[in-house]
Ligand binder design. Structure first.
Ligand code: PXP
Length: 246
């Protein structure tokens, strides 16, 4: 079964709107795990717009599944990761003005920084995933610098309409098969929701999805545990050999 990593950044976005103590991402993580999350994902951004340093520490102490830290190639964030020791780090590009991560990491254009960050994290026993577009050259570079996994950016697929949907799926399919053959773990994420997740779980080789905004949005209405359970059902519904989620 494909793992679901629940990104809880936007629980912290609501908290930071008042710079208060709630809603607490730790409570959200506990409920997400009760709903069947296979992992918890957070992005400690350099501008700290949602997740804060102490969330990372508290979540490391409380997450029982897997903690995945999304981060830029920054020495300061690497230092925090080395202290907290998430199970996995996903390297992402970061721009201060963006609303959310707008595209994959350009490994070719940032080779030295990505390699240095990957080496440091791996030396600390942290698995490294690179968030990239569905591009064969980026996959090959990820492999060559020793990444354990790649996470393909599904935002363009999520935004596509009409015939473009099939084009974007075909690109993701080709890149996923290439990455799996190269021995990389294959993850996908960004912009996935209850309606568009189906075709993604049918792509061969996909092991993990990281989904945030749609789950947190639904959680506002129905609660986190149910929102996660609903997503697990949406994923299972389309999975080739269906099994009910726990
Ligand atoms: N994966 C990565 C690498 C991301 O940067 C994000 C957004 O923080 C996500 C997955 C989740 O995207 P969304 O919130 O659109 O589900």
């Amino acid at each position: 079964m494909i793992r679901l990593g629940v990104n809880i950044d936007h629980v912290a976005t609501v908290r930071q709107a008042r710079r208060g103590a709630e809603p607490d991402p730790v409570a959200a993580a506990v409920l997400a795990e009760l709903g069947g999350a296979d992992g918890i994902t957070i992005h400690l951004r350099e501008d700290r717009r949602h997740i804060q340093d102490r969330d990372l520490v508290a979540l490391r102490q409380t997450v029982h599944t897997r903690l995945n830290l999304e981060m830029a190639c920054s020495d300061a964030i690497v230092a925090l990761a080395m202290q907290a020791k998430p199970d996995e780090a996903t390297l992402v590009p970061e721009k201060r003005q963006e609303l959310t991560t707008e595209g994959g990491l350009d490994v070719a254009a940032n080779l030295d920084a990505v390699r240095k960050t990957t080496d440091a994290l791996k030396a600390g026993g942290i698995l490294v995933s690179l968030f990239i577009d569905a591009d064969i050259e980026q996959v090959d570079l990820a492999k060559s610098i020793g990444a354990d996994a790649v996470e393909f950016h599904t935002g363009t697929y999520a935004d596509a309409r009409g015939a473009k949907v099939a084009d974007e799926l075909a690109k993701l399919h080709t890149a996923a098969v290439h990455a799996a053959r190269a021995g990389l773990h294959v993850h996908m994420g960004h912009g996935l929701d209850y309606r568009n997740v189906g075709p993604i779980v049918r792509i061969p080789g996909v092991e993990e999805l990281n989904i945030g905004f749609s789950i947190v949005s639904r959680a506002l209405m129905v609660g986190m545990e149910r929102a996660v359970r609903d997503m697990k059902c949406a994923m299972t519904e389309h999975y080739p050999n269906k099994t009910r989620p726990q």
